[in-house]
Design a protein around this ligand. Structure first.
Ligand code: C2E
Ligand code: MG
Ligand code: MG
Length: 570
């Protein structure tokens, strides 16, 4: 090695570094340990806080661009190298970049010795540990850095064909259940299947653990070609799974992004949109593909924005939420007996939103728990207020299953009943039939708790979900509510009308009450009254409205409620 470096020392080696440097991402260096002189690839000067490619007083200058916390470690290492106690240098530590930010590097180097056996030079290479992998040895695919470079080549002028983003479904579970080696095998196999599905010019990259991207440069290639690759990959995966007698079983989803649908071709935007496309495929049930459509993406952004707005409202003491109340009448006694609490949300930008639009978002984000608590409080407050005039008045509240399963809603109800000194049975809980979870322990405990404390329960939207009369036994509700969609069917179809008639009879035979929702006209009321329900809720008697309106219209002016409907009872 001494011969190679020769009498000219660093300067001779400098030429070699200068020749190699442009074709390398890493940085070569030579450190003359005797003269304390250092030379590094000029590209390192552009990246790090290094004053020049060649400098004297090397040990001191180097410390100037080493991250403070790592200086001690480096000093110890240099001491060992200079003392001849170590002949190979391999250290991971941090250098400062041009902005003064620490950057992880791995510095490796070989010590050469002079004729007397003293350390003469340290020669080696530095690479950035944090740089994303350019290729991946498990799957054999190129890495994300390579994809980025490839896409940046297009620079927004020449638009390639499509990006197909493929993701292995439930990969985390595969790794957890079968171990990392098995997971690696799945990755390798998937990569093989993808590679074998490609045509000339198409390239594939591994982006994150379980996701791959196929890039097709041909502008003529669009959705169909991308879908074709997905189908080929799936079919060869299926073959592989079958050949292995289902020892391995997994599925794959795909998002297709045809690039002439995209205006902003910047790398980060393409990654965002292709990720959206793949997530859509997964959200729609996995083991399928989804083709990117601008409208869906805008809807997704709208939803995300709405969740943000809802969260801000919750953090702001539920400002923007309103509790509306709709009258429920006892059709036999001809009087107002209860109100259903119905949530509203209003923003300056969007106006009043329907709960059908925002309740699923509150559920998805968990915000239904604080909002549900707020609604409960409003309902109890309203009930206490109305009971001053109508002592037997009841208020019902819709609960989401998320509240039942993930919060202590029963204790919130009991605390409220005590706080507002409500009579037992004043607060009725409405649960929808479709979410009913017969075998969940928390759910069963909740239902038992309601019974124990005399809190009535209504089974909402009966007849719209998977109606199961067995639920009636298990849940033992006090009231069954028929949704407007069912009411409408019954009003327009004799078969459904008979069915509803029998449901009312059956309900009465097991001592439950029946409430029919969605009555809007005199005629509808007349027809529905013939089947003898107990309660009616509908626009005919009143639309949902703020508490003050409710009190003014129905509590203080109650006699008005039946004035128009008198013809029905003649
Ligand atoms: P729901 O509990 O079945 O409430 C009855 C829905 O029917 C209400 O819709 C009400 O305004 C509507 N409605 C009543 N009578 C008529 C009528 O004659 N004609 C028509 N066209 N509609 C009528 P809304 O207020 O839009 O609420 C929709 C659903 O949102 C509710 O259905 C309930 O499932 C849910 N929801 C409302 N508030 C809450 C809440 O505080 N918590 C939870 N978890 N869900 C709520
Ligand atoms: Mg309801
Ligand atoms: Mg209902």
């Amino acid at each position: 090695m001494e011969d190679l470096i020769g009498k000219n020392g660093i300067s001779q080696f400098q030429k070699i570094i200068d020749i190699l440097s442009p074709s390398m991402d890493d940085f070569l260096y030579i450190y003359d340990l005797k003269d304390d002189c250092y030379y590094i690839s000029p590209s390192a000067v552009e990246r790090f806080a290094i004053p020049e490619a060649k400098f004297h007083n090397a040990q001191q200058v180097i410390m100037g661009f080493v991250y403070d916390a790592d200086k001690d470690r480096l000093n110890k290492e240099l001491y060992l190298l200079l003392a001849g106690e170590r002949n190979f240098h391999d250290l991971e530590y941090r250098w400062l970049d041009k902005e003064g930010n620490p950057v992880w590097i791995n510095c490796k180097g070989q010590v050469t010795y002079d004729e007397q056996g003293h350390p003469a030079y340290l020669i080696g290479c530095i690479n950035e540990i944090g740089l994303k992998q350019k290729a991946d040895n498990i799957s054999g695919a190129l890495g994300e850095t390579s994809l980025q470079r490839e896409l940046e080549k297009y620079g927004g002028t020449r638009i390639p064909g499509f990006i197909l983003r493929l993701g292995i479904d439930n990969f985390k579970e595969i790794n957890e259940n079968r171990g990392i080696d098995y997971g690696d095998m799945v990755l390798r196999k998937t990569a093989e299947c993808i590679e074998s599905a490609l045509s000339e010019g198409q390239k594939f990259y591994r982006i994150v653990t379980d996701e791959f991207i196929v890039l097709d440069p041909d502008p003529a290639h669009k959705d169909e070609e991308a879908v074709d690759i997905y189908k080929k990959v799936r079919s060869s995966l299926d073959d592989f799974i079958e050949k292995n007698f289902y020892d391995v079983f997994y599925t794959i989803s795909a998002g297709v992004l045809t690039l002439d649908k995209v205006v902003n071709l910047e790398y980060s935007n393409l990654m965002k949109l292709s990720e959206f496309a793949l997530n859509e495929a997964k959200d729609r049930g996995k083991n399928q593909y989804y083709i990117y459509e601008k409208e869906d993406y805008f809807q997704f952004l709208h939803t995300r924005q709405l969740i943000k707005t809802l969260r801000q409202a919750v953090n702001n003491k539920c400002e923007g939420f309103e509790a509306y109340f709709q009258p429920i009448v006892d059709i036999n006694k001809r009087c107002l007996v209860a109100a259903e609490t119905l949530l509203r949300f209003r923003t300056e930008e969007l106006g009043m939103l329907s709960p059908v639009e925002f309740i699923p978002l509150l559920e998805e984000s968990g915000l239904i728990i604080p909002v549900g608590k707020w609604v409960l409080e409003q309902a109890m407050m309203a009930c206490a207020r109305i009971q001053k005039t109508l002592p037997d008045f009841r208020v019902s509240v819709n609960l989401s299953y998320i509240q039942v399963l993930k919060s202590n809603v029963l204790s919130e109800i009991l605390t409220g009943v005590e706080k507002y000194q409500l009579k037992p049975g004043s607060i009725m809980i409405e649960l929808t039939e479709s979410g009913f979870l017969e075998s969940n322990a928390n759910f069963i405990r909740f239902c038992e708790g309601l019974k124990e404390h005399g809190i009535p329960l209504a089974l909402d939207d009966f007849g719209t979900g998977y109606s199961n009369f067995h639920y009636l036994y298990n849940l033992s509700p006090d009231t069954i509510k028929i949704d407007r969609s069912f009411t409408l069917k019954a009003l327009h179809n004799d078969y459904e009308y008979n069915l509803l008639q029998h449901m009312v009879d059956m309900t009465h035979s097991i001592n439950l009450k029946m409430c029919i929702e969605g009555i809007e006209t005199d005629q509808e009321l007349k027809r529905i009254c013939e089947i003898n329900p107990d309660y009616i809720q509908g626009y005919y008697f009143g639309r949902p409205g703020p508490l003050s309106d409710f009190i003014r219209e129905y509590v203080e002016g109650e006699s008005e409620l039946f004035a128009e409907s008198s013809s029905v009872y003649q």
